[in-house]
Design a binder for this molecule. Structure first.
Ligand code: SAM
Length: 376
């Protein structure tokens, strides 16, 4: 129809250009703009930056202007010349050396996800993933380890993606995943595990403190990977111990590179959470696990957790007592703040409805928390 006089398609225009912003951030990181500025410890001109990153002056000038527009860089005028420095956010999150760097995630988004999303229309039309078109290899080709990994493991951002993953991407066979890990070099494994860590460095504390988990002394993090969330738990709750349960190769790499023996409150348990007995615990964490599996597999896993969970009293909503068994499921949900109880309606993945007595808390950050209690 005809637009009202004061109508302006603000949102639609923003959506149309969203990818330009993503790509500007990806390229600036990949070229090392933020790293160069961090190392310089003073504002640099476009010419200095272009030389340091080995790129054209014209291209660099345009990229820097875009980054300044996105408030990732500050501009300084010096004798008529524009110089650039990192904003605080860029310096903390976009430089490779920062302890909370998002660099690995950004690289993954740029090199893998971005290419796949180019074929979203085809994916929807055909009802299957587009790895073949994007990378020239079938997603079943195990020797393309990194691609396969992204097919199976990587947590994507919203429900639409979750849907796509569940329906077409993640058949979620443990054997396949194990073979994928097996063909990865140690270096690739460590890189991927660092990538898994990066988000928890930023919002893990919010997730583990979204509920008061202090009544749970024995925690088991199923698919706990490099232990980033386990570390968040032990630092937020001084009395708890956490067992990281994961596939053997992951446990081995995690022990070697991520969790030192000095951390006495974090232990490991190798196994397959579909087949092997789960370690006893009064809280099981399933962080970014369910989205990798079909509904049937999720039910299987949640049923196993329910059977193992200690205690069994009905916990009052929001107030937990020692011995109340529970499962914590941090997943992408929404980010509009606030708190909900038993509101697994629109936003909450369908899987959660199958857990009785679930509570859902929004953190306002990228991941929220769902806590399910065992009811008798
Ligand atoms: N929970 C971590 C996080 O949020 O960063 C890692 C999530 S990652 C997407 C999935 C993890 O589940 C990987 O560490 C993987 O090795 C593990 N995993 C997959 N299948 C498994 C199985 N059958 N048994 C145990 N762990 C498994």
């Amino acid at each position: 129809g005809k637009p009202a006089a004061d109508m302006y398609p603000k949102k639609i225009l923003e959506y149309m250009e969203g990818f330009l912003i993503s790509k500007t951030v990806f390229s600036s990181c990949e070229l090392g703009v933020f790293d160069v500025l961090l190392a310089a410890e003073r504002p640099l001109s476009a010419e200095e930056i272009s030389q340091a990153i080995g790129a054209s002056l014209d291209g660099t000038e345009r990229l820097l202007a875009a980054c300044a527009g996105l408030q990732l860089l500050n501009t300084h005028r010096d004798n008529g010349q524009v110089c650039y420095s990192n904003t605080e956010q860029a310096s903390v999150y976009l430089t490779r050396s920062s302890p909370v760097s998002l660099y690995q995630s950004i690289q993954y988004s740029s090199r893998t996800i971005y290419l796949c999303w180019h074929y979203l229309t085809d994916a929807v039309r055909e009802g299957r993933n587009q790895y073949e078109k994007a990378f020239g290899v079938s997603s079943n080709d195990l020797f393309q380890a990194l691609y396969s990994l992204s097919v199976i493991l990587f947590p994507l951002k919203n429900q639409l993606v979750g849907f796509i993953r569940r329906q077409w991407v993640c058949e979620g066979e443990t054997e396949r995943q194990q073979r994928v890990w097996a063909v990865m070099s140690d270096e690739e494994m460590v890189k991927f595990m660092q990538l898994m860590n990066s988000i928890w460095n930023i919002c893990g504390k919010d997730v583990v403190t979204a509920f008061d988990l202090s009544p749970f002394k024995i925690i088991c993090d199923l698919g706990g990977c490099s232990g980033a969330l386990a570390k968040q738990c032990t630092s937020a709750y001084p009395e708890c111990t956490v067992t990281i349960f994961d596939l053997p190769k992951v446990v081995c790499t995690s022990r070697e590179h991520f969790v030192t023996e000095a951390n006495k409150r974090i232990t490991f348990h190798e196994g397959d959470f579909f087949k092997d007995p789960l370690p006893e615990a009064d809280l099981y964490i399933l962080a970014r696990i369910l989205h990798d599996w079909t509904d049937a597999r999720c039910i299987e896993l949640l049923t196993r957790v329910r059977r193992c969970v200690a205690g069994g009293g009905v916990a009052p909503r929001g107030r937990l007592r020692p011995g109340d068994g529970a499962a914590l499921l941090p997943e992408h949900a929404g980010a509009d703040g606030g708190e909900r109880e038993d509101s697994c309606s629109v936003r909450c993945p369908a899987d959660y409805r199958r857990i009785h007595g679930t509570q859902h808390r929004l953190t306002g950050k990228i991941y929220d928390a769902v806590l399910g209690h065992k009811e008798t």
